[in-house]
Write a protein that binds this ligand. Structure first.
Ligand SMILES: [Mg+2]
Length: 104
């Protein structure tokens, strides 16, 4: 599924339920929260912070999904087509920055 399809689906769900997108700053705060949750899982898996026994199981996949959902809401609120945005980012990585991380 293209990202734009997910954007349209999420927009439809919000409209069906009469929900509004959060304000931009609240969306940014949520993205920061979700990024922190992803960092916590990474730290439990690869870092030095052990998980408490009573902590619920979290997954990288679930946290990445939360981040994508939040980014999609932010993009919809701003009228940004994420397929186009990702296309530009990939073009930059494969064109402009293609030699940037080469080892000599
Ligand atoms: Mg989360």
């Amino acid at each position: 599924m293209a990202i734009k399809e997910s954007q349209d689906k999420i927009d439809s769900i919000l409209k069906e339920r009469g929900w509004k997108y959060w304000s931009p700053l609240s969306q940014l705060a949520r993205l920061t929260e979700e990024t922190g949750e992803l960092a916590r899982v990474y730290n439990h898996i690869y870092g030095d912070k052990p998980k408490k026994l009573e902590e619920p199981k979290q997954s990288l996949s679930a946290e990445m999904g939360d981040i994508l959902y939040t980014i999609i809401c932010m993009a919809n609120n701003e009228g940004i087509n994420l397929d186009e945005a990702l296309g530009i980012a990939v073009a930059n990585a494969t064109g402009r920055d293609k030699d940037r991380w080469k080892e000599d």
